[in-house]
Design a protein around this ligand. Structure first.
Ligand SMILES: Nc1ncnc2c1ncn2[C@@H]1O[C@H](COP(=O)(O)OP(=O)(O)OP(=O)(O)O)[C@@H](O)[C@H]1O
Ligand SMILES: [Mg+2]
Length: 316
């Protein structure tokens, strides 16, 4: 998630967005569906992927029945190509790779299967791929978040969600740092840091850097570089109070102070009865009520996130 990926020859940058958040039931799936729909309406070619391998339901958010072919069929090699599990949503420009309803869950996807899926997702020929992630901080969920160019950390303005979101980001950061650890000794320090009660006394990523510096000064640079390239963006959902918006900015400050990373606040979506009312009828609120507050907010978010020619500019 580094925003450095160059644009494709067609001019529009091919990007992977993901919606994570650590906690369940906060709106990752409905926002993924609505963002995909709005981007498609803006003329982009979009593929939504239900990467919630344990609890796939993105198709329901789009008003569809469970598709016959799913990501599970690709993971288990029942089909050859990831394109073979693509289905039309009925909305122009928007296609879906449905989650694996018959699959046992994220915990069961093996490393090589994951590498294959991630590389095939990257090669899909569209403008934007949106990954809807499951709840929790399992490596398989975090790895999907980390391949994204735009990692959207979804939160609702409640302490439990904020705690989960923070844990999610910390786990994601350590996972990134582990991947660039140049030696086994440094990898072990990063692994130890992941345990809150570790005996090395590492409580924050900044403590981790200090410990690494004492062990091997040369190992510091790749880790620092990795931290500097990590730019998650917060999306605050189910906002009921104007003042809740402040939370987004506070989180950015807290990330810089406690995690040493430059996060950004992407925007908020108001709590809106049309969202759950539409879902109850197996319909997408953005389609049903395009002038509703939540639909307006998602549209604004979609424009802001895809705005400009290149999302990397913000971080250049
Ligand atoms: N802005 C909103 N206003 C009102 N209701 C909302 C809003 N966003 C989400 N909801 C409701 O919250 C519920 C949970 O949404 P959703 O299934 O998208 O969460 P999730 O984060 O994907 O959960 P899980 O981790 O279990 O997959 C749904 O009933 C949805 O209608
Ligand atoms: Mg979901």
């Amino acid at each position: 998630m580094n925003g450095r990926r160059p644009g494709t020859a067609g001019g529009s940058a091919r990007q992977i967005w993901s919606l994570g958040g650590g906690k369940g039931g906060i709106g990752k799936s409905v926002l993924a569906a609505a963002l995909g729909y709005e981007l498609a309406r803006m003329g982009k070619r979009v593929i939504l992927i239900d990467a919630d391998l344990g609890g796939a339901n993105l198709h329901t958010c789009l008003g569809m029945g469970a598709p016959e072919k799913t990501l599970g069929d690709f993971i288990l090699r029942r089909v050859e190509r990831i394109e073979d599990v693509l289905v039309e949503t009925g909305f122009r420009g928007l296609r879906l790779i449905s989650g694996a309803s018959d699959f046992l869950g994220a915990a069961n996807i093996k490393h090589l299967q994951k590498v294959r899926v991630l590389s095939r997702i990257r090669s899909l020929d569209v403008d934007v791929v949106i990954l809807d992630l499951g709840a929790g901080t399992a490596f398989n969920i975090i790895d999907f978040f980390l391949i994204s160019d735009v990692g959207l950390l979804t939160l609702v303005p409640e302490p439990t969600s904020i705690e989960s979101g923070y844990r999610f980001l910390k786990a994601a950061l350590y996972r990134r740092l582990r991947a660039v650890a140049p030696t086994e000794a440094i990898r072990q320090i990063v692994d130890a840091a992941g345990d809150r009660k570790n005996s090395l006394g590492i409580r924050t990523p900044l403590d981790l850097l200090n410990t690494v510096a004492m062990e091997d000064q040369r190992a510091l640079e790749p880790l620092r570089r990795e931290m500097a390239a990590f730019h998650p963006r917060f999306v605050l959902n189910q906002v009921r109070d104007e003042e809740d918006g402040v939370i987004g900015h506070q989180l950015v400050t807290a990330c810089a102070r406690h995690l040493g990373i430059a996060a950004a606040y992407a925007g908020s979506v108001r709590f809106d009865d049309t969202v759950w009312k539409s879902l109850r009828q197996r319909r997408l609120f953005a389609v049903d009520a395009p002038t509703s507050q939540a639909a307006e907010d998602v549209r604004r978010l979609a424009r802001a996130l895809s705005g400009g020619e290149n999302l990397a500019i913000e971080w250049a």
